[in-house]
Design a protein around this ligand. Structure first.
Ligand SMILES: *[C@@H]1O[C@H](CO)[C@@H](O)[C@H](O)[C@H]1NC(C)=O
Ligand SMILES: *[C@@H]1O[C@H](CO)[C@@H](O)[C@H](O)[C@H]1NC(C)=O
Ligand SMILES: *[C@@H]1O[C@H](CO)[C@@H](O)[C@H](O)[C@H]1NC(C)=O
Ligand SMILES: *[C@@H]1O[C@H](CO)[C@@H](O)[C@H](O)[C@H]1NC(C)=O
Ligand SMILES: *[C@@H]1O[C@H](CO)[C@@H](O)[C@H](O)[C@H]1NC(C)=O
Ligand SMILES: *[C@@H]1O[C@H](CO)[C@@H](O)[C@H](O)[C@H]1NC(C)=O
Length: 377
């Protein structure tokens, strides 16, 4: 019974049925290098070798194409959807209160405490919005007062422009400006636009956190430094797939320059983040928030971080994202001894520092000129 099915699906009929193939009859008459004189065994071996070579060529071509695959980031036309600015800035947010999901040494206070004249942790005027850590309590032995705000509005794509005047830094701090759906994490994903710890000497970190099947092991076009390529939260203890910027993309150097603008474009093709220091912001990003003219990312050139959708289905991994800003203290990243003491050379333990060193938190504040969100037409 001889119907051989090889791995490529070719069927080789043997001579168990019907007359023998003609090549056997003439086997003695010619050279054994002529295919028609080959034995069945040789023929099968040659066909098998040819199939293997062909398969190798196809796999090689597919792998080569995959390595070169890059999404179509062609121009989208945007319209202004939301502006967060002015003295009503904080009206667009819920104040997160309760225990800190990242195990930080912090009390996130409600709006009433944050806006009280005693603490003044959130403050908005016509020119900017400030979010800060308490600098008065010299015995914050159960954790220091801070703020975490979550936009009431949720987004499913768009162009987000964050005009940042000051970024928080200092020993024990873990600030972030990010997007997530905290009630459906990691299923709906997380996009970290600005994040750093302690003295923030290693620059800004931009990171995605997702469920499985979202990797950045593909062609990318970015100026930042790749830290990790698997965005799945179960990889490297939920480190995410991060990209870091130069030292002056966050912290003291960034602030000394008057801050700058971060732009994050989130579309099915991928997620990209640009940064410009104050003075280098492209002219199509109006400083004046009453100017509703939409910017055009296709003119901006290479971003600082590029998270293409090549090996990550963006629309299924990122949904219903609120914009979140907070300043955590200690916790799993800033407070880890290997980071707090070893890498960042901060004094004592993180919790001791937070408890007693109130005035150290004078550098721990966010100040934003505006946030703007545009949607593609
Ligand atoms: C916060 O409290 C102030 C009064 O202290 C109030 O005017 C404002 O509407 C509140 N904002 C939010 C977001 O709850
Ligand atoms: C609150 O902070 C803002 C910004 O730093 C400041 O301008 C304002 O005077 C402060 N308000 C109070 C009551 O301390
Ligand atoms: C990752 O997310 C899953 C849910 O999808 C959760 O059960 C798990 O605890 C998370 N792991 C980490 C390290 O965050
Ligand atoms: C609005 O901003 C755009 C882009 O920066 C600029 O070209 C335009 O002149 C501005 N319009 C006004 C009225 O200032
Ligand atoms: C996103 O939020 C909207 C409004 O809250 C809700 O109706 C929708 O079901 C959410 N989508 C997902 C995928 O959970
Ligand atoms: C308090 O913070 C300041 C500023 O970061 C630092 O110079 C000082 O060493 C800290 N003091 C203690 C006791 O940790």
């Amino acid at each position: 019974m001889a119907r051989f099915q090889n791995k490529s699906g070719f069927a080789l009929q043997s001579d168990a049925y019907g007359p023998p193939p003609t090549y056997e009859k003439t086997a003695q008459s010619g050279s054994k290098w002529a295919p028609k004189n080959w034995s069945k065994k040789t023929l099968i071996a040659v066909v098998a070798a040819a199939v293997i070579i062909l398969a190798a060529i196809i796999i090689g071509a597919v792998v080569g194409t995959k390595e070169n695959a890059y999404p179509d980031y062609s121009r989208l036309s945007y319209s202004l959807q939301d502006t967060y600015s002015g003295s009503t800035f904080f009206e667009n947010f819920d104040f997160y209160t309760g225990y800190d999901p990242s195990a930080g040494f912090v009390h996130y206070v409600p709006n009433t405490t944050a806006t009280s004249s005693e603490y003044n942790l959130t403050y908005a005027s016509t020119s900017s919005a400030v979010l800060r850590v308490d600098t008065t309590d010299t015995d914050a032995s159960t954790g220091r007062y801070s703020v975490r705000i979550t936009s009431k509005k949720q987004y499913n794509d768009g162009l987000f422009i964050f005009d940042v005047l000051n970024s928080p830094y200092g020993c024990s701090t873990w600030p972030a400006l990010w997007l997530s759906d905290p009630n459906h994490w990691p299923e709906h994903g997380e996009i970290d636009v600005m994040e750093a710890v302690n003295q923030a000497t290693t620059g800004n970190q931009m990171t995605l956190h997702t469920t499985d099947d979202c990797k950045m092991d593909v062609k990318r076009k970015e100026t930042g430094t790749v830290l990790a390529k698997n965005c799945w939260n179960e990889t490297d203890g939920n480190a995410g797939c991060g990209v870091s910027g130069a030292q002056d993309t966050y912290g003291e150097a960034f602030n000394d320059n008057g801050g700058g603008v971060y732009a994050m474009e989130w579309r099915d093709a991928g997620i990209r983040i640009w940064f410009w220091a104050r003075g280098s912001v492209p002219s199509d990003i109006p400083t004046d928030v009453t100017n509703t003219t939409a910017p055009d990312p296709s003119t901006w050139g290479e971003p600082l971080a590029d998270f293409p959708g090549t090996n990550c289905d963006i629309s299924s991994h990122f949904k219903n994202q609120s914009i979140i800003a907070n300043i955590d203290l200690c916790g799993s990243w800033a407070g880890a001894t290997s980071v707090y003491s070893d890498e960042d050379s901060c004094p004592g333990t993180c919790e001791e520092f937070v408890t007693s060193n109130a005035t150290a938190f004078e550098t721990a504040y966010w100040e934003w000129s505006s946030w703007r969100v545009y949607t593609a037409n």
